[in-house]
Design a protein around this ligand. Sequence first.
Ligand SMILES: Nc1ncnc2c1ncn2[C@@H]1O[C@H](COP(=O)(O)OP(=O)(O)OP(=O)(O)O)[C@@H](O)[C@H]1O
Length: 255
Amino acid sequence: MKTILEAKDVCKVFGKSREDETMVLKRINLQIEEGEFVAIMGQSGSGKSTLLYNISGMDRLTSGQVVFDGEDISDLSDEEISKVRLYRMGFIFQHSHLLKTLSIRENIMLPGINAGKKSRVQILNDANRLMEMVGIESIGGHDITKVSGGQLQRAAICRALINNPDIIYGDEPTGALNSRASQEVMNILNDINQNGTTLLIVTHDSKVAARADRVIYLSDGKIETEHLLGKYNREDDSLKERENNLIKWLKLRGF
Ligand SMILES: Nc1ncnc2c1ncn2[C@@H]1O[C@H](COP(=O)(O)OP(=O)(O)OP(=O)(O)O)[C@@H](O)[C@H]1O
């Protein structure tokens, strides 16, 4: 196993002056192995999103280090870190953040065009293949305001995958979906993980976290504890049992 992402003593302080400074992340140490699916849980305000943004290079740490695939990314310039994010990372948020002026297909192609590593035809073929994989090939030309929330999140997954990233970060990727759409999106993410892409996902939902290999529980800016579930094999139907075990584990610790 190879470590793809490592956080070392990561701290994040918000506040403009000494008086209103708040330390939101308190010396976080974390290792994510290549191909792992890790869920981050914790109460509202515990620092889950802040952790995700700081270890993915979307935000700047106050102190500590983040090593991505052997490279310290905490000291990179804005331009350098943008390139790492564009070429090697994918992001999915609670709301898709697709551009209203572009069609679904164009939105998916955009990071590929920005990366400038493949021809337009190749990017178009990749976008079509990804849309087919997640079942939205028929709506590629649609305006983004004319499709469902579940379809938008599938498009967001395709956009995250267009540059073939090593890791996908998700901040409540199913948070705005109904239960059925959420399950469908998570089935896709489990399949992507099964094919080797590392996943790191913030969620409140035990149904989502039960699909992860490992659940990290954050409390007041620190990793309180973690729970190992092992790989969820989509072939069996043990999801309910995994979720029940996770809920039991959370309750036993008073979470
Ligand atoms: N840009 C910011 N400036 C100041 N404080 C912030 C900023 N972003 C987050 N915080 C504070 O950091 C703390 C952690 O926020 P964060 O969004 O990481 O929590 P969370 O665990 O993801 O919460 P939730 O589950 O409600 O989304 C909160 O107290 C929040 O108010």
